[in-house]
Design a protein around this ligand. Structure first.
Ligand SMILES: NC(=O)c1ccc[n+]([C@@H]2O[C@H](COP(=O)([O-])OP(=O)(O)OC[C@H]3O[C@@H](n4cnc5c(N)ncnc54)[C@H](OP(=O)(O)O)[C@@H]3O)[C@@H](O)[C@H]2O)c1
Length: 281
């Protein structure tokens, strides 16, 4: 039987213009949800809103830069004005940059990543909480396994996701008595535009070869969206994907060993795949 958990539920999805956010929107539309789609790319949002409506959902495009607190407030107000309620806020917008901390020319990129991934989550949540309390709603924060088990050469991204975890875990306790749940989603790699957009130390996106990080086992955005929506329905605290549980538990017992495994068995093979793809350009 078709899942209808989100039928007539008002949901905001940030970072909806591509990847996991887009897949979430389409899944929600299939269930007849009312969706406010937020990201910066207005054209993509308009096309997605139309697709959502064709699938049976209600959808509005609300172009939003989540680094701007005023725009986040306007997003929440617009969604509530349109749908008359707010049941779910999905903070999904995210970016990242790679490189050694010491090689960054300055901290502009570092701050940018924190602004999108962390501050964007805080701004949207702050303005949504009073409405979510009225519906005993749900907050879903799309974080990363990197927010539990770090990678080197990604200090900006990892720090931003650790911040999202601290924020979420603290907020969950604050909102428990109001019946509002906070679900943290920690994906491993998911095949999206994320690694094409991943910036180098100067802010240049990696481009198409960034996709070389993915292989046939990499999770699709749709798989990630399906797991995410199920977890939110069940008001789960946290979902760790890929080798998440193993990494987290092993890190408690032998953190140095996990550091070595992360560099030698995760990062190096991936770096080789990306180098090979760059060589083929
Ligand atoms: N893909 C992975 O391997 C992976 C793994 C773990 C966690 N995640 C997390 O999953 C989330 C979604 O990423 P994805 O993989 O779907 O990547 P993606 O395809 O690059 O999508 C990122 C989304 O964020 C939006 N965004 C970026 N900057 C924004 C801003 N300032 N304001 C509003 N929206 C903004 C983008 O839209 P616009 O450019 O139109 O604004 C886009 O819709 C992120 O939080 C990411 O950290 C991804």
């Amino acid at each position: 039987m078709r899942d209808k958990s989100y039928q007539d539920k008002a949901v905001i999805v940030t970072g909806a213009s591509s990847g996991i956010g887009r897949a979430l929107a389409l899944r929600l539309a299939d269930q007849g949800a009312w969706i406010a789609l937020a990201a910066r790319d207005a054209q993509r949002l308009d096309a997605l809103a139309e697709e959502c409506r064709q699938r049976g959902g209600k959808a509005i495009a609300v172009p939003t830069d989540v680094t701007d607190e005023t725009q986040c407030k306007a997003l929440i107000e617009r969604a509530v004005a349109e749908f008359g309620r707010l049941d779910v806020l999905i903070n999904n917008a995210g970016i990242g940059a790679t490189g050694l901390l010491e090689e960054l020319p300055d901290l502009t990129i570092f701050k940018r990543v924190m602004d999108v991934n962390f501050c964007g989550t805080v701004y949207c949540t702050y303005y949504a909480v009073k409405y979510l309390k009225q519906t005993q709603g749900r907050i879903v924060n799309i974080s990363s396994l990197g927010g539990k088990s770090p990678l080197p050469y990604n200090t900006n991204y990892i720090a931003s996701k650790y911040a999202v975890h601290g924020f979420s875990d603290s907020l969950r306790m604050e909102l428990a008595s109001a019946g509002v749940s906070v679900t943290l989603i920690c994906p491993y790699w998911v095949a999206t535009e994320f690694h094409e957009r991943l910036m180098d130390k100067d802010g240049a996106p990696r481009g198409p070869q960034g996709r070389a990080i993915y292989n046939e086992k990499t999770m699709t955005a749709d798989q990630c969206a399906t797991i995410t929506l199920k977890a939110a329905t069940r008001r789960k605290r946290e979902v760790l994907m890929g080798p998440g549980w193993l990494a987290v538990w092993l890190r408690v017992i032998a953190p140095g060993l996990v550091d070595k495994i992360t560099v030698n068995m995760v990062l190096k093979p991936v770096a080789k795949r990306v180098e090979r793809a760059q060589g083929k350009e």
